[in-house]
Design a protein around this ligand. Sequence first.
Ligand SMILES: C[S@@+](CC[C@H](N)C(=O)[O-])C[C@H]1O[C@@H](n2cnc3c(N)ncnc32)[C@H](O)[C@@H]1O
Length: 308
Amino acid sequence: MMNLAAYANVYGAPPVELVGETAGLTQFSPFFPGASALDEAAPHSLDGIIILGPPGTIERRYTIALALRALKPGAPLMVLAPKDKGGSRLAQDLTVLGCTFDESARRHHRICVTQGPGDAKAAAAAIADGAPRLDPTMGLWTQPGVFSWNRIDPGSALLIANMPPLAGRGADLGCGLGVLSHAALASAKVKSVLMIDLDRRAIECCKRNVADERVTTMWLDARRIPKTLQTNALDFVVMNPPFHEGGHENQALGQSFIQSAAAMLRTGGMLWLTANRHLPYETILKPLFKRVTLVTEAGGFKIFQAQK
Ligand SMILES: C[S@@+](CC[C@H](N)C(=O)[O-])C[C@H]1O[C@@H](n2cnc3c(N)ncnc32)[C@H](O)[C@@H]1O
């Protein structure tokens, strides 16, 4: 087990068996509602940090570069990742960022430790590369690491193509960049949309992508909707639920989203859902909704309309 005394901060949830218990450290991952943000940390302000490196190279280098900028001189940075999800590239990342480091391998992970400071110019370039930006093709604010950050997801596009104009009060669970809400808000009959995502970066992008006074955004885990939102009052919910967690398929995630939608909808309210064809959502939809209709199936996706 590592000596954690030099580490006051953590990014993500590194495996306990590799680094020990990190629950008491200050969390900086955008996937932990309420966590601090590395891009807002003052330069040279933080003690050591342990980073579970994100799988995408741009996002991983951005995160490491932000941490290097935020660390006090000499404070340690430990970055680890499964070998097949970015771990085998950590040494290259730190070399590009101008850091000397020690590298070890344990339990299919690579683990690198550096004390920076690295090359400030290289860090600035990595930060610019991973920062939020307006994508001219999609016409949306986006950021590497956010779901489908550089293309509209085909499952979401299929749902938009099959959704009638909506009306009343609704929610978008796992809203990502906000493409489903954007489509819903095209109808003047929509009075409000509550947009929820676990990823702070997605929520920040949404604030720019759907700047509409009918919208409320919440950085929240859609599996644990607070009682105050389980009102059985909404007219519609739209969603393209996630089915991966920590790099692995987790069908329970989408099932929890469906349960949350059911708790938010009024009797007669409608859930519009897009899903990869292999996901067995029918079994969870049927006991919770009065009428479940498979609207279409195409390109490996299926669209459901479920009336509560
Ligand atoms: C398949 S994407 C769909 C994004 C967007 N609705 C679209 O159509 O492009 C699923 C979204 O759910 C978010 N997410 C994952 N787990 C979540 C959770 N537990 N609570 C809320 N959002 C979550 C992800 O960050 C991602 O933005």
